[in-house]
Design a protein around this ligand. Structure first.
Ligand SMILES: [Zn+2]
Length: 161
């Protein structure tokens, strides 16, 4: 879905070196139960969170709160909220970050690149013309945690407003 050759995201090395998501319970289930500094919105059946290992600034994950791995397992209400939140995310990111385009979609199954195949999630990645050049301006490895929390704050404000 995301063209990894084109997007330059050096902080993904932290993710790759960590061996990906460890089997210590499901990250999205934990966020749904306990919250997270990068949580943007917790709806009735679905949630929105900033990806801690983004391909671009504003890279969001939209997921059902229930631990399901396949879209066919979603209830009608979950499916409706999941899509509604993705549309809302497009609007919020457009308003706050003014991208020229998006990658929006799901990786289903480990072979398709899903880092968390048991708990489905849509990736929403804002794109800018020449974002390979844009990225280093935004920050390197060390400033990313702060940048992420600042971005999360801005998006939560926009969501509430
Ligand atoms: Zn889960």
């Amino acid at each position: 879905m995301v063209n990894k050759e084109v997007i330059f995201a050096p902080w993904r090395m932290a993710y790759i070196k960590s061996g990906g998501i460890k089997d210590e319970g499901c990250f999205l289930c934990r966020v749904s139960e306990s919250g997270d500094p990068l949580l943007i919105h917790r709806g009735e059946s679905c949630l929105v969170i900033l990806n801690r290992f983004p391909y671009n600034p504003g890279h969001l994950l939209v997921a059902p709160r229930r631990h399901v791995g396949d879209p066919s397992e979603l209830t009608a209400l979950e499916a409706e909220e999941l899509w509604g939140l993705q549309v809302r995310c497009l609007q919020i990111i457009r308003a706050v970050m003014n991208p020229q385009g998006f990658n929006l979609g799901m990786n289903l199954g480990a072979v398709a690149g899903a880092g968390l195949p048991g708990h489905l999630h849509a990736h929403l990645v804002p794109r800018w013309n020449g974002d390979a050049n844009f990225m280093p301006v935004v920050g390197g490895v060390k400033v990313i945690p702060e940048a992420l929390e600042e971005t999360a704050r801005a998006l939560r404000e926009a969501w509430g407003g």
